[in-house]
Design a protein around this ligand. Structure first.
Ligand SMILES: [Zn+2]
Length: 386
């Protein structure tokens, strides 16, 4: 498996975790060699620089950007890994340079990254701002597209831990989409090409994470960047890095994003020769909201004097504290039947009784410290081993 070897050889081991900011990216950009053209494209609302990196002089132009949502940093790490490969593997660098011109914004939303929010510091979701372009970050993202006129766009995001694959109990480790370019979600030659590439990425990733690759919802969003660029006839691919079991820092998922990028470069190159075929795209199962971080099944409660058996969950709230992301566990009541729901961790409590110092029955938003039965103490949602 060549792709995995490339990753383990070149991944930047100093870069890890979820809190990836300009301070993470800047030292790497400073030390890139002269094959890379690093530029400050403008400033964020809080006057932080927004960098671009150009690489190569080939005829195929690829525009890619990461972390327009400040708390979605997995692909940024994969892009920094890509810079390592392009810096150190001369043969691969020459292939990319002669085939492609890459225009990369590793971190579109540095203010949001700093405080770990999806939105920018003005609380605007940049991915709902392509038409008005009210924010400096959106303006930069759109302006580069207009000037560069890429043939391909790679729109790189993270998805939450709540997504699973179809009806299965497999988490969505990574998902893709060839976004719609109109309301009817028609397929033109550009979208078909994106589908073709995604089908090929999926074929490769099935070797590593079988059953864990999903398709993102393709409802047309006329104020979203990917859909907008697709409507301008750019072949656009959405990457959604997701949850690998127990990998809350997403340093494992990062590898699959990275491999996805390498496959894109291989397939576009080969695609000059082979015919377009998008059938492999349609075998990728849809994403579904089907996961909780931690699921507790068959828990007895006494609600207004009545005994009941319920299921409830713990979800993590991600907040920045002293420069690191902390995962704060809180309880979530589940109203629905849980037949088609799963937990990344699951406990079957077999009808034992819930009690807690904070509440008499599980309550939404309360910290996940409780007992179930005599001997089962849960701290931060996890069963304490005796
Ligand atoms: Zn996103």
């Amino acid at each position: 498996m060549v792709y995995e070897e490339i990753f383990s050889t070149y991944t930047n081991k100093k870069i890890k975790g979820r809190h990836i900011t300009n301070e993470t990216v800047e030292p790497i950009l400073e030390h890139l060699n002269s094959d890379f053209k690093v530029k400050i494209e403008g400033k964020s609302v809080l006057e932080k620089p927004i960098y671009s990196v150009q690489f190569g002089h080939g005829k195929t132009k690829i525009y890619m950007w990461s972390q327009m949502h400040g708390d979605e940093s997995t692909s940024t790490k994969a892009i920094l890994d890509l810079f390592e490969v392009l810096s150190k593997d001369k043969v691969y660098a020459t292939f990319i340079q002669s085939t492609y011109t890459l225009y990369i914004i590793p971190l579109v939303n540095p203010d949001g990254a700093e405080v770990h929010t999806r939105e920018n510091i003005n609380k605007v979701d940049l991915n709902r701002d392509v038409n008005e372009c009210t924010q400096p970050e959106s303006k930069i993202l759109k302006q580069i597209f207009e000037n560069f006129q890429p043939e391909y766009c790679l729109n790189m995001h993270d998805q939450r831990t709540i997504y699973g694959i179809g009806e299965t109990n497999k988490s969505a480790i990574i998902s893709f989409l060839a976004p719609a370019y109109n309301k009817n979600r028609e397929i033109n030659q550009y979208r078909s090409k994106a589908m073709h590439i995604i089908g090929k990425i999926n074929n490769v990733l099935q070797n590593y994470i079988p059953g864990h690759v999903g398709m993102y919802n393709d409802a047309y969003c006329d104020n979203c960047f990917g859909d907008y660029f697709a409507s301008k006839n750019a072949v656009t691919i959405l990457f959604e890095a997701g949850h690998y079991p127990n990998d809350y820092t997403r340093d494992i998922t990062r590898k699959y994003v990275f491999i996805g990028l390498l496959v894109v470069f291989d397939i576009i190159h080969e695609n000059d020769i082979v015919d377009d075929n998008n059938s492999e795209y349609f075998i990728i199962p849809d994403n579904k909201v089907s996961f909780f971080d931690i699921l507790y099944k068959n828990v007895k409660i006494i609600d207004n004097g009545n005994e009941k058996i319920i299921n409830f969950a713990t979800q993590y709230n991600e907040v920045v504290k002293n420069g690191i992301i902390v995962f704060e566990p809180y309880m979530v009541i589940i109203e629905n039947d849980i037949q088609n729901y799963f937990g990344h961790i699951e406990y079957d409590l077999e009808g034992e009784l819930f009690y807690s110092n904070y509440c008499s029955i599980p309550e939404n938003g309360v910290k996940s410290d409780f007992f179930i039965g005599k001997n089962n103490e849960f701290i931060d949602g996890i069963l304490k081993t005796q």
